[in-house]
Design a protein around this ligand. Sequence first.
Ligand code: B16
Ligand code: MG
Length: 225
Amino acid sequence: MKDLKAIIFDLDGVIVDTAKYHFIAWRKLANDLGFDFDEHDNEKLKGVSRVESLNLILKMGNVSKTEEEKTMLAAHKNDHYQSLIAGMNESEILPGALELLKEIKNTDIYCVLGSASKNARRILEYVGLFDYFDEIVDGTNVSKAKPDPEVFTVGADALGIDYDSVVVIEDSLAGIQAANTAGMFSIGIGDEMILNAADWVIPSLENIHLSDIQSRFFNKNLEDN
Ligand code: B16
Ligand code: MG
């Protein structure tokens, strides 16, 4: 029987909602290039890397750019995004996240961040959650984007723990697929219709306790063995 050794949290959509700031910055960039995109289009960018997001947006606007121009556009968008997130504070922590992080801190279960964002560390600092994490894996230490499991396996490897002793909490389908591929227990935050590949889907972390996660994890292990 496996022990639960670590919980890996995605950042955007699980701990904070930075998608709204990404949207403002990407929309401004699209508008400057002469086209618009809406919140529905923005959904496609969740969990996707910065470069890949830019490629998707340029495709939506039917605009083609050289690699050099793309590097400049991505940097420009990031400057705008960073000025927006600089105003973030603990009031932006999503319901239930802080309570769960506090519960984990009182145990010997590792708390890990697994995010595609290169801004993850500064966001955790802004909202006052940096010290809750034993390990941070973000867009600066991985090269393969979700659904590749690298962003989660790097964290488990750094701690020297087996993948099947890990729980991942994610809001994107690509992230759920990444966790499943790694053999980790996946918890989807959001719509059950979209995240149905997850081992457990919940609307948010509100009122979700560590004991709930532990019992789901153990029951899955019982079924599998
Ligand atoms: P950055 P997550 C992801 O965060 C966002 O969901 C995605 O929209 C963004 O493009 C990506 O981070 C990269 O962010 O431009 O800050 O490096 O959900 O993996 O925590
Ligand atoms: Mg996310």
